[in-house]
Write a protein that binds this ligand. Structure first.
Ligand SMILES: Nc1nc2c(ncn2[C@@H]2O[C@H](COP(=O)(O)OP(=O)(O)O)[C@@H](O)[C@H]2O)c(=O)[nH]1
Ligand SMILES: [Mg+2]
Length: 655
């Protein structure tokens, strides 16, 4: 790769293109077929040439007038199945190659099974070495292959008889591939963000690290910001190439090489991914739906150690089935996979499971939730929500993903990857719609979108507790609004509790009465008569200024039973309408609040003031002022210093 921007820097062009992967048993002629179709030998390692055997993934490109055919050639040897899986991840079309003189062999079967599990839709069967057998024999082999595919419920597009030696069938095959490239639907459903699972990396002296892979979706320009995963390292794609040609922009289905600025080759190996920043999140816990899983010859245990193949990566993992199964295999089951190392995965992404020793393919399925929380007996899987996430429409998937993310929903880009939405903008649009219909709530107008269901669930406990408290004590005035956030469930992050507390009031799930939170519809506990009585008490105390009438002597309470008066005073205290000075002596809140200004006035005249000076300022008597001064000390508005009072820590600095 060169540093300057050169030739043919065309935009991602609209030419039909397709990524084709080979599959099949060793020595059945896969590599030779790719060479015959493209003119390039996909076996490039000296060791491969010497042994005549594919070990690594091979790549070749045929730029035909009608279409670009990109080939990923995989090894057929059973020891290299992991390489085959890495190569097959992300192809559009599989060529199942079967030698006519050998017919269906173990890796023919295993590769076909892997393809099926990877969700490959079309399978084109290519019989090779037709020069070695007669037509009758070839027909019998074709039938065997047909049976295998029928067994696996894998659709056979066609079965083409070829020979790399005589050239038989090659034109027909090419025509068929061009047609497939033309028909390939780019799918409105395919995500729009850039994603490249790395299948090869190497370093070029003086130019740094180059990674290659099959572009899964999205497009890329030189200089774009990217993220290297699962490390989440920010990198920049310096130069792009397809098939040795420097390009100005790349999109569509293609093989791609990216020169990364300032990245060591060890930090960008096969199994890692290059993606638009923010979409992929490292995870070690996935919720998956397995098409099937088997344990040949054994009972299928609920928990077991396996190997997980995801795109180009392979990691050891523990799998846990949501429910125990009888027998040695399971079909269509929910499971959780905990990986030994971080991986990245997206909604719907296909996966393969092989045994711990890596010798047999045992099952596969699709990712439902890429960042799951570990299941436990206390928090079992949420089947319904996971099922909605798996099968719902984008809007419902988004809601389900939000619900499963609890109080920490990811940003729109990551939500797109978690739900299979096209991109962050699509998610934002859907979130706005869901906000309008009230199914998503942004607390306090904040940035965090939360599922209404989550808030409703969180509300259950505090609302019920409030109701119980009110039932127990009909005269209860409620929770002071300042204390209400502390009633929110501990699962709700502390930063969101005040907003949740407010939301419950705004949604009228609870009522706010005079600064106190009460159950919704819970009428103020006071009768009209009590309200009149209390108003009378307050008016009488207010009129008494700083020589308020002791409760026992209040005219408003004359002739009333004593407990009645005490209850009303308690209520007024709880509502903050009165402040207690000493037994039976109360100031109205207004008079109490005015004290700060009076104290500041006294302190402005001297370093401190005496009780006698306070008495004069308040036009009161010692009987009131001595306990009042103590109450001021206690409230922190003043501090006692011998015979004088100085400013206390709680005295507001000004008006
Ligand atoms: N006679 C004959 N030999 C073939 C044909 N295709 C491949 N071969 C040979 O079969 C052997 C294995 O081919 P190769 O492409 O390496 O198989 P792979 O392991 O599936 O990639 C090589 O010696 C090829 O030359 C064919 O159509 N006819
Ligand atoms: Mg080969």
């Amino acid at each position: 790769m060169t540093d300057q921007q050169t030739a043919s820097a065309t935009d991602a062009d609209a030419r039909p293109c397709i990524l084709i992967g080979t599959a099949g048993h060793i020595d059945h002629g896969k590599s030779r077929l790719v060479q015959a179709l493209t003119g390039h030998d996909p076996d490039r390692l000296p060791e491969e040439k010497a042994r005549g055997m594919t070990i690594e993934l091979g790549f070749a490109h045929a730029a035909l007038p009608e279409a670009d055919l990109w080939f990923v050639d995989v090894p057929g040897h059973e020891r290299f199945i992991r390489t085959m899986v890495a190569g097959a991840a992300g192809i559009d079309l599989a060529l199942l190659v079967v030698a006519a003189d050998d017919s269906v062999m173990p890796q023919t079967r295993e590769h076909a099974e892997v393809l099926k599990l990877l969700g490959v839709r079309h399978c084109l069967v290519v019989l090779t070495k037709l020069d070695l057998v007669d037509a009758e024999w070839a027909a019998a082999v074709a039938e065997e292959v047909g049976d295998l595919l029928a067994d696996l419920q894998l659709e056979m597009l066609d079965c083409i008889h070829t020979s790399a030696v005589t050239g038989q069938g090659l034109d027909q095959l090419t025509t068929r591939l061009v047609a497939a490239a033309r028909q390939r639907d780019d799918g409105e459903t395919r995500p729009a963000w850039f994603r490249l699972p790395i299948d090869r990396s190497f370093s070029i002296p003086g130019r740094g690290t180059v990674v290659t892979g099959s572009l899964l979706h999205g497009s890329l320009r030189p200089g774009d910001d990217l993220e290297l995963l699962p490390a989440c390292q920010r990198v920049r794609g310096r130069e792009l190439q397809t098939d040795g040609t420097v390009r100005g922009a790349i999109g569509g289905r293609t093989r791609l090489a990216v020169n990364l600025a300032a990245v060591r080759v060890d930090d960008a190996r096969r199994g890692m991914e290059l993606a638009a920043p923010g979409y992929l999140e490292p995870t070690q816990c996935l919720a998956v739906r397995l098409d099937r899983l088997r344990a040949p010859g054994k009972r299928l245990r609920k928990r077991q150690r396996l190997r997980l193949h995801l795109a180009t990566t392979e990691v050891r993992c523990e799998i846990q089935l949501a429910e125990p199964v009888d027998g040695d295999s399971a079909a269509d089951v929910l499971a959780q996979i905990r990986t030994d190392e971080p991986v990245v995965a997206t909604w719907g992404q296909r996966l393969i499971l092989r045994d711990d020793a890596g010798t047999r393919t045992l099952g596969g399925g699709g990712v439902v939730l890429s960042r799951a929380r570990p299941w436990s007996s206390r928090r079992p899987p949420d089947h319904d929500t996971l099922e909605t996430l798996r099968r719902g429409k984008p809007r419902d998937r988004l809601l389900a993903a939000l619900r499963l993310a609890d109080w920490t929903p990811p940003a729109p880009a990551a939500l797109a990857a978690r739900t299979g939405c096209r991109d962050a903008a699509t998610v934002e649009k859907l979130l706005r719609e869901l906000g309008t219909s009230g199914r998503v709530v942004r607390l306090a107008g904040g940035a965090v979108p939360l599922a209404r269901d989550l808030l409703e669930d969180a509300a259950t406990h505090p609302v019920a507790r409030l109701a119980a408290e009110a039932r127990r004590n009909p005269r209860w005035t409620g929770v002071a609004s300042a204390a209400w956030p502390a009633w929110m469930p501990s699962a709700c992050p502390a930063t969101l509790r005040p907003a949740l507390a407010e939301w419950l009031i705004a949604e009228q799930r609870v009522a706010l009465v005079n600064g106190y939170v009460l159950p919704a519809g819970h009428a103020s506990a006071m009768s009209d008569e009590d309200q009149r009585l209390l108003a009378g008490i307050l008016a009488e105390l207010e009129a008494g200024a700083y020589t308020p009438t002791p409760v026992a002597d209040l005219k408003a309470l004359a002739g009333k039973p004593r407990p009645r008066g005490e209850e009303l005073i308690e209520l007024a205290l709880a509502r903050g309408e009165l402040v207690r000075i000493s037994d039976g002596i109360y100031l109205t809140a207004g008079r109490w609040n005015a004290l700060a200004g009076i104290i500041r006035g006294l302190l402005a005249e001297g370093a401190g003031f005496t009780v006698s000076e306070l008495r004069q300022a308040l036009d009161s008597t010692r009987k009131y002022v001595v306990p009042l001064a103590e109450a001021l000390d206690k409230a922190g508005l003043t501090r006692r210093h011998g015979d004088v009072r100085v400013a206390g820590p709680k005295l507001p600095p000004h008006g």
